[in-house]
Write a protein that binds this ligand. Structure first.
Ligand code: PRP
Ligand code: URA
Length: 211
């Protein structure tokens, strides 16, 4: 029995290579952002592999043939502000038509509890796939609260993409949302006393935005 049945770690060499430089504290801000986007693109490829398709007839220059296009309403990307914004361009490179639903929350520095400050719901949520993006899954508080908010607003099909996950966060998230698959580039060792991921990559928002 898998310890975390809802978690998929991508061991693709390109993802692992890029993640190494993302973790490195000497990586400059510009390169850090580019790499976060690139891993976002690669994870998005993985996460969308089961999107439904429908058959369409196409005239090639030579003959008529049956091909496939993605079926249904636009995928909705849900960046968890701020740090989730760092992966948006990477996902847009792959899914340029996706809708973006910003969800603002931060982790209180004393309690580590998430505080929500912005959310604008999507129309017709029950017919869409939502992809929550955030580089870090630490205690899981932010991701759990975000998924609750999306569900409360009618979302039925949600996936969560992050760069680095802590076992504590995965455990808490899968307990709260056993129906939501998590896609991560790495499962790290655990949290320190300040609920930072070890070895992790530091504060993702600060490194992305230079704060
Ligand atoms: C970070 C990170 C996640 C959250 C993870 O955001 O981007 O949203 O912490 O921690 P958790 O799993 O313990 O909730 P932060 O609150 O630092 O805000 P920021 O994105 O604005 O920097
Ligand atoms: N948020 C971050 O940005 N990094 C961590 O390690 C934990 C939470």
């Amino acid at each position: 029995m898998k310890r975390f049945p809802t978690l998929t770690i991508s061991n693709h060499p390109l993802i692992q290579h890029k993640l190494t430089y993302i973790r490195d504290k000497t990586t400059p801000k510009k390169v850090f952002k580019e790499l976060v986007d690139e891993v976002g693109t690669l994870l998005a490829y993985e996460i969308t592999k089961n999107l439904p398709v429908r058959a369409v007839q196409v005239e090639t220059p030579l003959e008529s043939t049956v091909c496939h296009v993605i079926q249904g309403k636009n995928v909705v990307l849900v960046p968890l502000l701020r740090a989730g914004l760092g992966m948006v361009d990477g996902v847009l490179n792959l899914i340029p038509n996706c809708s973006i639903c910003h969800l603002g929350l931060y982790r209180d520095h004393q309690t580590f509890e998430p505080v929500t400050y912005y959310f604008r719901p999507m129309a017709e949520p029950e017919e869409r796939m939502f992809i929550m993006v955030d580089p870090m899954l630490a205690t899981g508080g932010s991701a759990i609260a975000s998924a609750e908010l999306l569900k409360k607003n009618g979302a039925k099909n949600i996936k969560f993409m992050c760069l680095v996950a802590a076992p504590e966060g995965v455990e808490a998230f899968q307990h709260a949302h056993p129906d939501i698959e998590i896609f991560a580039a790495a499962l790290d060792n655990g949290l320190n006393d300040n609920a930072y991921i070890l070895p992790g990559l530091g504060d993702a928002g600060d490194r992305l935005f230079g704060t």
